[in-house]
Design a protein around this ligand. Structure first.
Ligand code: SF4
Ligand code: SF4
Length: 350
């Protein structure tokens, strides 16, 4: 049977009503989180300047539903591997509070799941083509109940960023994030490089240096975070987009599959609104690349992502970036192959 995806069309206004409609219709899905169950709500506030993230008021609606049925929800995220305000839990929480993610506004606690320095990391055996063990925080390892709230965006490497990316990257420890990125080994084009030095400043692994008027990357030190690609305004940082990006999305699918197989009950909600070309880590206040669509909910992670993707790309594949990035198409097929979910959905428009 095809997994159901509930969908409420929402524009710039009426977002609370749209979410309430989805939650009403998906009440059967939510009801599984019963009295006393600790429900982790995965969400991200994005980096300092990002504005498109899911706001605390919407998260609170989900928190309230869960509380009404006696569950004990908490909102969580993990630290990131690149430079910014989310590299450690102290700065990360400070940023989250400034963006309105305080316990009083959310109606529940907000925690950083992998500890102060992102070092809480446990290995769990899996058996996939690219990855044999995943590294996840202890909170994720023992979690039984999960609601994933995802702001849909484009992505520098994977093209499309939905629930799959939010789980794979967002629920891994920093070590796990690095492993997923490890296939990405950028190089610098001497012809295009303007020697501005920005990539050297931004690289979290100090992998970029200059010698004899040339900038180069030490691939042994590089952790594949892609920060240099987004920093370079001269298009001088290259990767093998087709091959490397396909392995990158395969690793993400394997991580998502490994993480979700640990968790008994889960629901995924995608918010296709304020959709920027880059993800909330680097988008700032970039303009949207398409109209708002609405809110999608399903218990199947691939169904919810595919339904969302199909609706946003009905007239044009806005995530392909001129055909250079096609990994998002590879992602759905590979994720299905390894048993992450079923992208063949039934849409129920509310
Ligand atoms: S950011 Fe680009 S142009 Fe500037 S030094 Fe690095 S590769 Fe060269
Ligand atoms: S060289 Fe680029 S991809 Fe590698 S760690 Fe530095 S910023 Fe990240």
């Amino acid at each position: 049977m095809k997994p159901e995806v509930y969908f409420s069309r929402v524009g710039k206004s009426g977002r609370e009503q749209g979410l309430s409609a989805v939650l009403d219709s998906a009440a059967g899905l939510l009801s599984r989180f019963g009295e006393g169950s600790f429900v982790g709500i995965k969400v991200t506030v994005g980096d300092e300047k990002s504005t498109g993230y899911i706001k605390a008021g919407l998260v609170r609606l989900v928190v309230e539903r869960l509380r009404e049925q006696g569950a004990k929800p908490f909102v969580f995220d993990t630290n990131v591997i690149y430079k910014g305000r989310r590299q450690n839990a102290v700065d990360h929480l400070d940023l989250a509070y400034r963006k309105g993610f305080t316990p009083d506004k959310l109606g529940c606690p907000y925690i950083i799941a992998d500890g102060v320095f992102g070092t809480d990391s446990h290995a769990v055996k899996v058996n996939f083509k690219n990855i044999r063990e995943i590294k996840i925080p202890s909170t994720v390892k023992v979690l039984e109940d999960l609601v994933v709230l995802t702001h849909i965006t484009g992505h520098l490497m994977s093209g499309f960023a939905g629930s799959l990316k939010n789980v794979a990257m967002g629920m891994a420890s920093r070590a796990g994030k690095q492993i997923q990125h490890s296939s990405l080994k950028p190089t610098i084009s001497t012809k295009k490089c303007a020697l501005c030095g920005l990539c050297m400043e931004i690289c979290p692994a100090s992998a970029i240096s200059e010698a004899s008027g040339k900038v180069f990357i030490n691939s042994g030190r590089c952790i594949g975070c892609c920060e240099c690609i987004s920093a370079c305004k001269f298009d001088a940082v290259n990767i093998n987009w087709k091959e490397d990006a396909n392995i990158f999305v395969e690793r993400m699918a394997e991580y998502a599959c490994g993480i979700l197989s640990q968790i008994r009950r889960k629901i995924f909600l995608n918010f296709a609104m304020d959709i920027t070309q880059e993800c909330d880590c680097i988008s700032g206040d970039d303009p949207g690349i398409t109209e708002d669509a609405g809110i999608f909910a399903s218990e199947d992670i691939l169904a919810v992502d595919k339904a969302c993707f199909d609706m946003l790309t009905r007239s044009k594949d806005i995530f392909s970036r001129g055909g250079r990035i096609t990994a998002h198409l590879h992602q759905f097929g590979y994720a299905r192959e390894i048993g992450l979910g079923n992208p063949d959905y039934r849409l129920i428009e509310l």
